[in-house]
Write a protein that binds this ligand. Structure first.
Ligand SMILES: Nc1nc2c(ncn2[C@@H]2O[C@H](COP(=O)(O)OP(=O)(O)OP(=O)(O)O)[C@@H](O)[C@H]2O)c(=O)[nH]1
Ligand SMILES: [Mg+2]
Length: 295
């Protein structure tokens, strides 16, 4: 079979399951996932490999109307990801009714020249017969080149997505090294893995108001241990109290969860220190956004 290689952008409303799919397609966790919208804040490259195919997937922030400097940059990353892609997968969560958010995404994508396929995600949550009208409506209203029902979570039909998208990729020599999984430095991935635990354990406004930056990141090779210290930014003193929790219980849970997932990421024990700072306006602060690679 001829070799194929290209870039595919994962687009859609926040929370549609783009990052879950990326991790499932790669069989490795490169992008963080949460049940809160606007989890992904960067363009994250994850590379799929098999004998005849290499796909550079761009996991992108969910498409939304930006209100802070941070979100304007996030939307710029969405544009860049779409402009650099050979194909776009529009992820739609079919466990909720098709709504204005999906139409907004459809119109947004239609302005680009790139072909769009729809991935109807979260099929594990719906009754197969009841979802048919939704799939028909997607066909009628969005006229995608293909529509693939999947469950990113169970992995159902994940291989089918690869099979279908392969048809749209250019014939090309491989562009990535055989062992390239992502372009994210471990330091960046570490701050994301810590943020994932904050998203996991906290609720309401906090997930949006929190950011994590790495202050120091040292690998003691001889001892075989990483020493990481990170700052969690929140916007208000009340949020700081929530992150710390009663007698420090919340921050202890976040630290323990993060330490475990960093251990898997880095494949060695991790000493982790977390500090919580209030910065009312970090979402408009260029220096902090720079530390978050949101620039
Ligand atoms: N049941 C079920 N849940 C899913 C599926 N795919 C994703 N989820 C859940 O949906 C939520 C959002 O998943 P993400 O992968 O973070 O969604 P996203 O599209 O990357 O979201 P943003 O980064 O905010 O744009 C998480 O709680 C996932 O576990 C699926 O196929 N089935
Ligand atoms: Mg995401």
């Amino acid at each position: 079979m001829e070799k194929k290689c290209g870039y595919i952008a994962l687009a859609g409303r926040p929370n549609a399951g783009k990052s879950t799919f990326l991790n499932a397609a790669l069989g490795e966790k490169v992008s963080i996932v949460s049940d809160k919208p606007q989890t992904t804040r960067n363009r994250i490259l994850g590379v799929y490999h098999d004998d005849t195919t290499q796909i550079g997937f761009f996991d992108l922030p969910g498409i939304h109307k930006p209100k802070h400097a941070m979100n304007r940059v996030m939307m710029r990353m969405v544009h860049q990801g779409l402009d650099d892609a050979d194909l776009v997968l529009h992820f739609i969560d079919v466990s909720v009714p098709l709504g204005s958010g999906d139409r907004f995404v459809h119109e947004f994508l239609a302005k680009k020249e790139v072909p769009v396929l729809v991935v109807a995600n979260k099929m594990d949550l719906v009754n197969k017969a009841k979802v048919i009208p939704t799939l028909e409506k997607i066909h009628a209203d969005f006229a995608p080149k293909d529509l693939i029902p999947i469950s990113a979570k169970t992995g159902d039909n994940r291989d089918r997505v690869i099979e279908v998208v392969r048809n749209y990729l250019p014939e090309s020599d491989f562009l990535f090294q055989a062992d390239t999984l992502t372009d994210q430095p471990l330091r960046f991935m570490s701050q994301e893995f810590i943020r994932e635990k904050i998203l996991h354990y906290t609720r309401e406004e906090l997930p949006h108001a929190a950011a994590v930056t790495i202050e120091s990141f040292t690998h003691h090779e001889e001892e075989g241990v990483y020493e990481i210290s990170a700052v969690i930014y929140v916007e208000k003193a009340t949020q700081r109290r929530i992150v710390l929790g009663k007698q420090g219980q919340m921050i202890a849970k976040i630290r323990e969860g993060a330490r475990r997932s960093l251990r898997t990421l880095l494949d060695q024990p991790v000493h982790l220190e977390l500090y919580v700072k209030v910065n009312e306006n970090w979402r408009n602060n260029d220096a902090i956004l720079g530390d978050l690679n949101i620039n």
